[in-house]
Design a protein around this ligand. Sequence first.
Ligand code: BV8
Length: 250
Amino acid sequence: MKFSDRLVSTLRNAQSVCALTGAGISAESGVPTFRGEEGLWKKFRPEELANFNAFIRNPDLVWEWYAYRRKLIRDVKPNPGHFGLVDLERCKKHVTIVTQNVDNLHRRAGSENVVELHGNIERSYCIQCHAFVDEPSPEPLTSVPMCVTCGGLVRPDVVWFGEMLPVEAFSKAESAARHCELFFCIGTSAVVFPAASLPYTALDHGALVVEINREETDLSSRAQEVLIGKAGEILPDLLAQAGIRHEEHL
Ligand code: BV8
C-alpha cells in the first residue's frame, strides 16, 4: 500500500504516539470480533451477558461465556499487528497502547505501556470482598466459583456495559490522546463510549489521526488518514516505509 508523505514523515519524526485498539487487531489471531460476521455479539447480545444484572440473574451462564472466551484466547497467539506496536514502542520516546480488548494479547506480544480500558479476562475478583482470585483449577470452570475468603460470587475483571471505566486507566488514556503527535485508531468500530471519544480528543489537540480498519467507521469522516485493510498487513508495511526497525518476535 502506498502511504502519504505526510503520514510517513509524521511517523518518522513523531516522538509521542498513542494507539487505540479494538477487536479488529486480534481478529487475525483468531479472536472473534464483536460486531463482525462471526462476531461474538451475533450469537449473544451484549446486554444479555456483559452487564452486572445479567451476572446476578444467571452467574453460571455469564461465567461460562467468559470461560469459553478465556479458553479461546489462550489457544491463540499475537499477530504482526500486535508486534508492529511493540516495534513502535521500542523506537519512540512515548508510545501508549490504549486497548478496549480484554484478551491480554498486547502484553503477550511484548508491549509494556498498555492501558486496559475495559479490563482483562485473565483476572477475576470477588464481588463482595473484592479479593482477586486466581482461577482455582487448570480446567476452565463452567460454573461460577465462590470466593474462598467470604463466599461471594467471583466475576471477571472486565468493565461491563453501564459500569464506569477504571478512573486511572481512562485518565491515562485521555492524557495520551491529548499529548500525542500521532494517534492510531486500529480495528475498532468506534461505537462504544467513552473509549470512542479518544480519537476526537486527539483531533481537538492537533494530533494526526490515522484509522486502520477493514471498513469505514463513524470516525472515518473525521480521521485525516484512513487506511482500509487488515491491521496485521498494513502496520508492518507502514512501519517499514517509515524506517522503523522490525525485530523478530518469538
Ligand atoms: C459507561 C468488556 C458510565 C467486556 C466492553 C454515549 C453514547 C451512547 C452510549 C453510551 C454513551 N456513554 C455510555 C454509553 C453506554 C455504553 C455504550 O457505549 N454503548 C454503545 C454500545 C452504544 N458504554 C458503557 O456502558 C460504558 N460505561 O459509559 O459508564 C456510566 C456508568 C453508569 C451510568 C452511566 C454511565 C462501558 C463500555 C465498556 C463495555 N465493555 N468490553 C467484554 O469484553 O465482555 S465493550 C466491548 O465492545 C469491547 O471492549 C469494545 O469496546 C466493544 C467492541 O468494539 P470493537 O472492539 O471496536 O469491536 P467491533 O467488533 O465492534 O469492531 C471491530 C472492528 O474491527 C470493525 O470495525 C471491523 O471492521 C474491524 N476489523 C475486523 N478485522 C480487522 C479489522 N480492522 C483491521 N484489521 C482486521 N483484521
